[in-house]
Design a protein around this ligand. Structure first.
Ligand code: GTP
Length: 200
């Protein structure tokens, strides 16, 4: 592959207004805008990231949280290798919706997709409704990593994207290595067969 070792697709999902677009904007452009408008359908950005020496081209797909776009966005789950489930720490409703979003993943995404839980807007500590403990417990229930972030001040944003990129690349590279070993073994056994056929 030219210029990179691996290409991966990451999707952000979660209720409207939890900060999915702002998180992506913070990660890709290192900036924040309070006048972010709701995403229409789906949008994407590309980031290059190096994980343990491997150059990864990461396509980050940002889905609209609004109900009316559900059918459109569900089509994008299938090709995603990593999904960031985002809630807003100041909104219990967005936190409780995470179970429904996980159900959507089970219906529409591949079985092996890597997931990560994000509690965003930690700069709004005074309005916090979801404790760190609750977030940690939910992530433990699903057996996934958990980060609390702020798209506004950038806290933990790079770390969260790095974590999902790493878990996806570890899984995909392990599969690629296994397939390479398999085809090497097959090639070797073919050439052995060829030798014995020609000699007898
Ligand atoms: P949809 O596109 O409708 O799904 O929404 P979204 O999840 O992409 O939310 P968006 O990024 O558009 O942010 C919604 C609102 O929350 C905007 O007014 C942002 O400025 C604000 N916001 C996003 N992230 C943060 C954050 O970390 N801290 C604070 N204080 N506000 C945030």
């Amino acid at each position: 592959m030219q210029g990179f070792d691996l290409q991966i697709k990451i999707l952000t999902i979660g209720d409207s207004s939890v900060g999915k677009t702002c998180l992506l904007h913070r990660y890709t452009s290192h900036s924040f805008s309070t006048s972010s408008i709701p995403t229409v359908g789906i949008d994407f950005k590309i980031m290059n990231i190096t994980v343990e020496g491997k150059r990864i081209k990461m396509q980050c797909w940002d889905t609209a949280g609004q109900e009316r776009y559900r059918n459109i966005t569900a089509n994008y789950y299938r090709n995603a290798q990593g999904i960031m489930l985002v809630y807003d720490i100041t909104s219990r409703k967005s936190f409780e919706a995470i179970d429904n979003w996980v159900e959507q993943i089970q219906v529409h995404a591949g079985e092996s997709v890597n997931k990560i839980l994000i509690g965003n807007k930690i700069d709004m500590e005074d309005e916090r409704k979801i404790s760190t403990k609750e977030g940690t417990e939910l992530s433990a229930r699903y057996g996934i990593d958990f980060f609390e972030t702020s798209a506004r001040d950038g806290k933990n944003v790079d770390e969260a994207f790095y974590a999902i990129a790493k878990s996806v690349s570890d899984r995909v590279l392990a599969i690629n290595n296994k397939n390479e070993r398999k085809s090497l073994l097959l090639n070797n056994s073919d050439s052995t067969k060829g030798t014995s056929a020609s000699c007898c």
